[in-house]
Design a protein. Sequence first.
Length: 401
Amino acid sequence: MKIEKMIAGGYGLGRKDGKIYLVKGAYAGEDVEVEVEKQMKDVAFCTVKKIDIPSQKRRIPICSHFGSCGGCDWMDLEYEAQLEYKRDIFTDQMNHIAKVDLLPPQIIPTSQYFYRNKVEFSIKDGKIGYFGKNSHNFVEIDKCHIISNDLNEIKDEAKKHNLNGFDHLVIRKSEGRKMAIFISKIFQRVPDINTDDIVLLVNKNPHVVVAGHQKIIKGNGYLEIELNGITYRIPPKSFFQVNYEGAEILSSKVSEYAGKGENLLDLYCGVGFFTLQVARNFAHVKGVESSPSSVIEARENARLNGLNVDFINSKTSQFELSNFDVVIADPPRSGIDKETMNAILKVRPKKFVYVSCDVSTFARDSYELIQRRYKIKDVVLVDLFPQTHHFEIVSLFEREV
Ligand SMILES: C[S@@+](CC[C@H](N)C(=O)[O-])C[C@H]1O[C@@H](n2cnc3c(N)ncnc32)[C@H](O)[C@@H]1O
């Protein structure tokens, strides 16, 4: 079948006999033969069996693990085409789900390779690797081309030790500091590898990697990084942006959109990444976050930077919203939950800065905002995740009346 266009999730879309086929590994303009993996009523999820007419935008991927490790689904596509398709996917979703016609926005690229400051490896039979997407295939990793080179080196050193009994190895880094996090179901001796910090997490929950009881084996148990003039401490279990270069672009854009004013609220604030940037321009600032360890660190980060911010440990749905001039939200992939969206729409801030890593839930939430007389004043995409179909959206909504 002919692939018409690229859509959310990184699939190529084709049609046959009134049915839609979503094809992983196929690109717009190609003629492909497919293998159906999952059959549903109106749509079938497929993989490529044979490419009859390939896209001119294909290239040879630089990584030997491409196709088997489960990451980097677009590494065999020219980088310019990756950017073009991300913009197309954004406008397509906004058109279909948010019911709004937008010109393709600017997309800001970042370094193509070795950009990630965090990696979550699985450990199987003492070997370090990744599990392929939607499969139980374990792939031992020689070199990963999207994580920073020092993370690859730490993995190589860890490989020399006996890793039996560990489920995961997470490695994170900041400017000049590296942290290894070993995850195991039981307390056990941890290999002494050459990182500034070593942490053991005792975690029985197979669904969440970075969780559980924490024991600091070496170092002080947190990373520190300065971005756009603010110093952040990042504890082992807390979310932090995985691409520092992209993170600086994001926070500059959020600060520009938020502007200056009196009262600002940052929902899903993590360790205060955006909150502390914008706190320099607002008189009263609050941040809301559900992870207790992130809130402790957010408060410490405010103190470190001499900024006065009120961080509240709560689910956003349980936080009582009052009048704010500006509200920022940067939710997980699931987007803004219904209760939180209703509360935002009830207090109707003049400006709403929405940061999202999921185009489908962003489009769904945009629809709600647009129905309630918000207008998209500006939007940019930031390519935080080159070689994959993922990207980040930063947008400014303004209340019309
Ligand atoms: C995409 S991260 C953004 C964090 C922060 N804005 C940053 O850039 O570092 C989403 C954050 O929302 C938090 N979170 C998830 N569900 C939440 C909820 N229902 N209420 C409050 N925070 C939540 C997560 O712990 C995580 O820190």
